[in-house]
Design a protein around this ligand. Sequence first.
Ligand SMILES: Cc1cc2nc3c(=O)[nH]c(=O)nc-3n(C[C@H](O)[C@H](O)[C@H](O)COP(=O)(O)OP(=O)(O)OC[C@H]3O[C@@H](n4cnc5c(N)ncnc54)[C@H](O)[C@@H]3O)c2cc1C
Length: 464
Amino acid sequence: MTNDPLPAELHALLGPAGVLTDPADLARYETGWRYGKGKARCVARPTTTDEVVAVLACCRRHGARVVAQGGNTGLVAASTPDASGTMVVLATERLYPTVEVDALGRTAQVGAGVLLSALQQELLPHGLWFPIDLGADPRLGGMLATNTGGTRLCRHGDVRRNVLGLEVVCGDGTVIRELTALRKNNTGLDGKQVFLGTSGAFGIITRAVLQLASLPAQRAVALIGCRDGEQVLALLQALERAGGELLSAFEVMSRNALRPALVHNERLRAPFGDALPAYAVLVELATALDRQRLDLDELLAAVLADCAHGDDAYLGAPEAFWPLRHGISEGLREEGRGLAFDLSVARSRLPALTAAVQAALAAEWPFARLCDYGHWADGGTHLVVTWRDADAPGEPEAIVAAMQQRIYDLAVRGFAGSYSAEHGVGPHNQRCYDRYVNPAVRALAAACKRHCDPEGVLGTVRLG
Ligand SMILES: Cc1cc2nc3c(=O)[nH]c(=O)nc-3n(C[C@H](O)[C@H](O)[C@H](O)COP(=O)(O)OP(=O)(O)OC[C@H]3O[C@@H](n4cnc5c(N)ncnc54)[C@H](O)[C@@H]3O)c2cc1C
């Protein structure tokens, strides 16, 4: 324990396991998955709503700002403290790690500290799942605060669409407890939406009630080669016409994105032989109906034959193809310098956006390589621009700043898109928030901040 009175007070409130001060213990809370590196004054690990209230009161008394941290898998640098060494990390790993399932109601009450993988495991015996799926294992509080999208959004929507009730501690200590399991509740302002997708700027989420989906009885998966983005969109349209609501994932991987995954992970295999196609599309159909009623493999094979993709389509087990998609982020992380953009546009414009970014890079930064992949059915694309510093003239920081401005302007102003399709807002993209978000919306957010957190204790992001 240091001489700092703040950790000592937290220690008295939370007990020895509730506060960390040793630099070796703090390290893992100070660095984000992709962006964000700072220094924590200490880490507080409350277990209940009352303890969260007490931690915030203590931090307010000491004038310390607080950043909530769940799984620390966020990609906008919002879950780590700044470099000042004065911020407290409020880690949710011990905060209600419990799941209460109502199988008949198809809902579950979960604590903010529950890992997504643990939730799915608990739901398995009930034939249910929380239909948000991604290549990381975040905690529920973090997912709610970032409004996670993921690979099943085209079928089930994002987190916002699947939360029924919420308990939250505002920055001023007010507890809003609305742990309702109602699917219909048309009674004016839906207060929970203030806290969903707002990066913990207004309050700390402690518990939530989620609506659940039936676990699929069968899934049919195929990997399909396409020669360009227009062919990808034609495939999407054909699948939606023939498969309708059965389409549960449509994940697009460019050659430049897929190759590093294969190179850096020798356990991954793609079925295309030596030459990767320009785009590989992972398609999944899923249903709760059993195979006697509807054979999804047969249906998918027939659809692919109909839309002239039979020759370059490979049907396979989900376990054979999903690791390719989930291996992309890790593969690109091994490629040296990488600048990531999480964009969305009207999906018909995805090929044009990709071409425009490609053209901008060729003209201004010819040493850079575009690696694009994403959830095209939702209009979402992740663009990762990679390069070797040795090939780049000029300071990396200046290149990054210029490239960001150019590509974000293209997506938001040139294509009426979003600068953050699903990763939320944090220090990494704060400048975009300030540049592109409607001033009237910012004023509304500022009013929420003044109301919920008048002393400005919470968060690393400024939404006002
Ligand atoms: C390999 C990989 C793949 C990914 N794929 C996707 C994807 O497909 N789709 C997608 O949308 N995202 C994706 N992500 C991003 C990330 O997983 C999500 O943003 C996730 O929802 C963050 O949850 P977390 O628990 O890790 O939150 P953290 O990273 O710990 O925190 C994220 C934000 O939430 C706040 N926060 C955390 N807990 C609370 C709480 N209890 N109350 C209030 N605020 C809180 C933090 O302060 C921070 O602002 C991916 C990340 C990785 C590493």
